[in-house]
Design a protein around this ligand. Structure first.
Ligand SMILES: C[C@H](O)[C@H](O)[C@H]1CNC2=NC(N)=NC(=O)C2=N1
Length: 103
């Protein structure tokens, strides 16, 4: 079991196969094209539910056609398995809504 307080290496993060999430400094960033504000709001609410159940929260920006997300483990100042797990759930919710990564 991976230590939830252990920062992951770039290779470990890349091996997680998160799609178009990218490392930016010590955070994970992804932009999703929601197409419209209502879908974005629905997506944000699904993400919020996941964050609350995992007790691990993203920084997110909701605009009329995009949801932009930044994940990191605040307590260790970097990317841990907790961020990978949340990113995977976010990807699942995106599929559920038919939302894709922004090009
Ligand atoms: C007290 C509470 O469990 C902590 O503050 C949680 C809340 N959500 C969190 N979210 C993130 N991204 N990192 C944290 O370290 C974190 N800690």
């Amino acid at each position: 079991m991976t230590d939830p307080k252990q920062k992951l290496t770039p290779a470990e993060i890349d091996d997680a196969q998160l799609g178009e999430w990218r490392r930016e400094d010590e955070t994970l960033v992804a932009h999703f094209d929601t197409g419209d504000f209502t879908t974005g709001l629905e997506f944000v609410n699904l993400i919020g539910d996941a964050a609350e159940s995992l007790n691990h929260h993203p920084v997110l920006t909701l605009t009329y056609d995009r949801v932009k997300l930044r994940l990191w483990s605040h307590d260790v100042g970097g990317i841990t398995i907790r961020d990978i797990e949340l990113a995977k759930v976010i990807n699942e919710r995106a599929v559920q809504l038919g939302v894709d990564f922004a090009r």
